[in-house]
Design a protein. Structure first.
Length: 137
């Protein structure tokens, strides 16, 4: 399950050693069964630059895990942490800074890798969105 970010968890994730972090490589969204199509021109990026909006781009993603026991629980669970490195550019000031955003997933699965936990949670969220859209019809 996805877990809300708290200041305590954010600080604990910041102090994880560098050896705990592994790169998170997302698989392709789908397999091309015929020939790959030519990619369309990136119009959105041109609009962001032309209008002078702040530009936030995903640089890379990292995943780590740590033991975690919620305050009201007797059991210790696995807490999977995803750290997204975002590059923030402002047209007036140039490159401002790199920002880190954390996402947390709590689980009791011991046989899955941290990346598999993240992908499973993302798939489940995607499926719930589909169901919500079908109910609206």
């Amino acid at each position: 399950f996805g877990y809300d970010r708290t200041d305590r968890l954010h600080v604990e994730a910041d102090f994880l050693p560098n050896s705990a972090w592994k790169p998170l490589k997302r698989p392709a969204r789908h397999q091309v069964k015929t020939q790959p199509r030519a990619r369309p021109e990136r119009v959105k990026q041109q609009i962001v630059e032309a209008r002078g909006f702040k530009d936030i781009q995903l640089v890379d993603e990292w995943v780590a895990e740590m033991p975690y026991r919620p305050v009201a629980c007797r059991h210790t669970y696995r807490l999977i942490v995803v750290r997204k490195n975002l590059r923030v550019n402002d047209p007036q000031q140039g490159r401002l800074f790199d920002d880190y955003v954390y996402f947390f997933y709590i689980t009791n699965h011991k046989d899955l890798t941290p990346a598999q936990i993240v992908f499973s949670a993302n798939d489940r969220c995607h499926q719930e969105n589909h169901l919500a859209q079908l109910k609206a019809i």
